[in-house]
Design a protein around this ligand. Structure first.
Ligand code: GAP
Length: 451
């Protein structure tokens, strides 16, 4: 199931955003009211793609790991959590404002010249940089005073730390073990751009691995390598993924060691996931602030505060990566086709079923086949339009296989299976469909194309 090697263009962000909107992957939020900056809604295909991605992560991080259990903590937490975690004090970017246009800039993203001359890119005076906390705050209950102030969580991780003792006491986990969680996080980002890459509301897939302090460096290396392999297994080409270790002066306030997994987006190399050795920072601080014992007692009698190795991936950012990676404009002999070469396990639809024509017994036979396949795959039935156009519509949304029922099918019980990337077709007996489909899906390889 290899891609054919005709001229290929990876497309720009504008192409990708336009496809997402046109085909129902991602829409601007509240669009009928003019939209709200940098907020997005996932349409019928987008929600399916996002769900498949999170399912692959959940399978890899919980079902395929003996020592990792799941959790779903609430978004709203006790405000002391964020004091203990250091977010109230430290979770800020330096911000500077153009005093004429009132546009706000992240200090670290202004050019050296702007910072030296204290002039904005528009040439106006800049205000002195000041810290801007990225947490959204709101109030709980009827009284909007400071005592009722709470925050929307800026990372899912803290929900895991505050449940460390609960999980330890209620399940039979023993160190080393992990707790995994997928959920929404919120940051009042000063600069949001590149579609769903950096948004104020996003989803994270995080796993916190609790280990012996002296074993933290070994587990850090273990998870770094395993997380990179996860992306390779989803068909992301190794040449567009890289590791970027953090220098000591850029480490987050909680981290002893950190490395980013970066992906080469159309707008450059950017972080996809962070792997951190958080030391005992989080549990130690929660013990201090909550006055509860969060230490671990070994059977042999050793008592200690576990170190935490964290893998923190952006779910919504990974959706963008998968879309960028799959998007191709392919120049065929007579026409151009748009192709979303998604890994079959992520594709919103796995098999599209078509009757060649809307007549005779073809629609009924095709419907019956689709009904059977629906028990095993994500299927779609399409009866309208020329067959070539139906194929193109599926190519564009990443469906790996199309199946066509024609008059010959009624005679010899065979159908045509067409593969998305190579466009190759083969005749397959209906009785052998499942095994042919499974073989083709398992054989899929990413095409090596240049960005
Ligand atoms: N618990 C650690 C933590 O949150 P982080 O590096 O700040 O670490 C982890 O975030 C991941 O979350 C990032 O690698 C990125 O994929 C995603 N992420 C962070 N901020 C984001 C934003 N504003 N929009 C979309 N994804 C974001």
């Amino acid at each position: 199931m290899n891609s054919q090697s005709s001229a290929v263009d990876s497309g720009s962000m504008t192409d990708i955003v336009s496809l997402c909107r046109r085909r129902g992957f991602i829409y601007p939020s509240s669009e009928i009211y003019g939209g709200l900056a940098s907020t997005w809604d996932y349409g019928p295909l987008g929600v399916e793609l996002k769900r498949q991605l999170q399912n692959r992560w959940w399978e890899a991080m919980t079902q395929q790991e003996r020592n990792i259990v799941g959790l779903d903590a609430s978004i709203l937490m006790h405000p002391r959590v964020w004091e203990a975690s250091g977010h109230v004090e430290n979770f800020s970017d330096l911000l500077s404002e153009d005093t004429v246009t009132h546009l706000r800039y992240r200090w670290d993203q202004l050019s050296e010249e702007c910072r030296a001359t204290m002039q904005s890119p528009d040439g106006n005076p800049l205000s002195p940089p000041r810290p801007f906390n990225l947490m959204f705050s709101t109030h709980i209950g009827a009284v909007a005073d400071d005592a009722a102030r709470i925050y929307l969580r800026p990372e899912t991780a803290q929900g895991i730390y505050v449940n460390f003792r609960n999980v330890l006491q209620s399940s039979r986990v023993k160190i080393p073990f992990g707790i995994a969680q997928i959920g929404k996080a919120f940051r009042n980002e000063i600069v949001t751009k590149h579609f769903i890459f950096r948004t104020c509301e996003f989803e994270q897939m995080e796993m916190q691995y609790f280990v012996l302090p002296e074993e933290a460096p070994r587990w850090f290396a273990h998870w770094r390598d395993k997380r990179l392999a996860f992306y390779h297994a989803l068909g992301i080409r190794p040449e567009v993924l890289r590791l970027r270790p953090h220098a000591s002066d850029e480490l987050a306030h909680y981290a002893q060691e950190a490395v980013d997994i970066q992906y080469q987006f159309p707008f450059g190399w950017q972080e996809l996931e962070g792997i951190h050795n958080r030391g005992d920072w989080d549990l130690r601080r929660h013990m201090e602030y909550s006055k509860k014992d969060l230490q671990y007692l070994e059977e042999a009698g050793r008592r200690y505060t576990p170190y935490i190795v964290e893998t923190s991936a952006g779910l919504t950012r990974s959706v963008l990566m998968v879309l960028c990676e799959g998007y191709r404009l392919q120049q065929l002999e007579k026409e151009e086709r748009t192709l979303l070469a998604l890994h079959p396990s992520l594709a919103p639809i796995t098999v599209a079923v078509f009757p060649l024509l809307k007549k005779d017994a073809l629609p009924a036979r095709a419907e019956k086949i689709e009904e059977e396949l629906r028990k095993h795959y994500r299927t779609f039935f399409d009866i309208s339009g020329a067959i070539g156009r139906r194929y193109r519509r599926q190519d564009e949304i990443g469906t790996p296989l199309c199946l066509t029922v024609d008059h010959q099918s009624l005679q010899d019980q065979s159908v045509t299976l067409r593969e998305r990337d190579s466009m190759q077709q083969q005749r397959v007996k209906i009785a052998a469909l499942r095994s042919s489909i499974d073989t083709l899906l398992a054989q899929w390889q990413p095409a090596h194309h240049q960005r």
